[in-house]
Design a protein around this ligand. Sequence first.
Ligand SMILES: [Zn+2]
Length: 120
Amino acid sequence: MHEMSIVADLFTIIEEQARKSGATRVTKVKVLIGELSGVVPELFRSAFHSYKKGTIADKATLEIKVTKIKFKCHGCGKEITAKNIMDESFSYACPFCGSKDMELISGRDLYLEKLEIETS
Ligand SMILES: [Zn+2]
């Protein structure tokens, strides 16, 4: 399962950050999952809860926020959102200036946004 290896990577980061902040326990983990990341939030959630057993985040709750797809056009500098992309006229060109020089700036990755910890 794809999600399991992502969760394993995430826990490497969680344990490193927790150690750096002197945490004795992680109480809450907040992640951002991009719409285009290929990660299914519900699979990710169940992978998280089975992986956390025996780790510093044993009792942690998980909050998932799905981030929307967003492009930035290098032609005119405007940001293009999923709403524009769903337009029938959208053909991977900027709807404002027609440039195809666009960069995906949001919606692809998975990030650890926040950790809540206890230190005693
Ligand atoms: Zn443009």
